[in-house]
Design a protein around this ligand. Structure first.
Ligand code: NAP
Length: 284
């Protein structure tokens, strides 16, 4: 039976670390603030934003929410971002994706100042990930690296396979594993013989977005399995990409859904906001 990698416990440790540092900044008269923009009524986005607000409250980070209607015009959204970029009391800015149809996500991402881009989505921050000289790392892959480190799982020399090549998860995940000396393969929908590739993985990360996508026959004995997927099963229950019950019999360690990668993503967002506040106040 696999060891369950407890994202709730590990993320609590990260959040407690942030909380302590936010308090130290407060004692120096520095307030840490995250501005969150949500456009429209997407129910999943509302839940994510509420979770982020809760994490801010816990860590002592001020959270400013800007809820805009679905028919918001691009120019108004860009004007708000511009205002927040120039607001010295705001350290981090995130715009919850996806945006309603008609709004240009790429323009919005690039409009956020790289120094306040706590999601690390803009070109400048993405480029820095390649060279390893970054201020912020994208929250989900960085959260996974924190989990591996916490569990003493060193990617060095290991076969690391990532399924999925999105800009926010798959590609940066591969890069972070590479920085830690993993031998990395990134798979996608055009990968031939996927099962043959995934079976060789000593660390397997799935970021596909399909329930029961990773089955036991795709996993090698003793692999570490990280499930990024957030899907709904036939009963409408939250589940990951991995067929958990069968895979946990083969894996040496596995992340559950819920309670795995999800809480880590939010904890790293708090960490990035703290980093932004420190940088903007010329502290390390
Ligand atoms: P995405 O942009 O839709 O990317 C999915 C990737 O899966 C694509 O690269 C796609 O390949 C690949 N794929 C699809 N079918 C495949 C197949 N049959 N074989 C191999 N690869 C296949 O999704 P994302 O934004 O990376 O998110 C992935 C999942 O993670 C979603 O469930 C999302 O909700 C979840 N997520 C969770 C968190 C968290 O905090 N837990 C954060 C972010 C995302 P192509 O590129 O060839 O199309």
């Amino acid at each position: 039976m696999a060891k369950i990698i407890d994202g709730k416990k590990i993320s609590a440790a990260v959040r407690d670390g942030v909380k302590a540092e936010v308090e130290i900044l407060k004692q120096q008269g520095i307030n840490t603030c995250l501005a969150v923009i949500i456009v429209g009524d997407d129910p999943a986005s509302k839940i994510y934003v509420a979770n982020k607000e809760r994490a801010c409250e816990y860590t002592g980070i001020e959270s400013r929410k800007y809820a805009l209607p679905a028919d918001t015009k691009m120019e108004d959204l860009l004007a708000l971002i511009d205002e927040l970029n120039n607001d010295k009391t705001v350290n981090g800015i995130l715009c919850q994706l996806p945006l309603p149809k008609g709004l240009d996500e790429k323009r919005v991402i690039e409009a956020i100042s790289p120094q306040k881009d706590v999601d690390a989505f803009c070109h400048e921050n993405v480029g820095k990930i390649m060279t390893g000289e970054y201020d912020f790392l994208p929250c989900t892959p960085a959260g996974i690296m924190e989990m591996l480190a916490y569990e003493g799982i060193d990617p060095a020399g290991k076969n690391c396979v990532v399924i999925g090549r999105s800009n926010i998860v798959g590609k940066p995940m591969g890069m972070l594993l590479l920085h830690k000396n993993g031998t990395v393969t990134i798979c996608h929908s055009r990968t031939r013989d996927l099962k043959e590739v995934t079976k060789r993985a000593e660390i397997l990360v799935s970021a596909v977005g399909r329930a029961n996508f990773v089955t036991a026959d795709m996993v090698g004995e003793g692999a570490v399995v990280i499930d990024v997927g957030m899907n709904r099963d036939e009963q409408g229950k939250l589940c990951g990409d991995v067929a958990y019950d069968e895979v946990e019999k083969i894996a040496s360690a596995i992340t559950p859904v819920p309670g795995g990668v999800g809480p880590m993503t939010i904890a790293v967002l708090m960490k990035n906001t703290l980093t932004a506040a420190k940088r903007q106040n010329n502290l390390n």
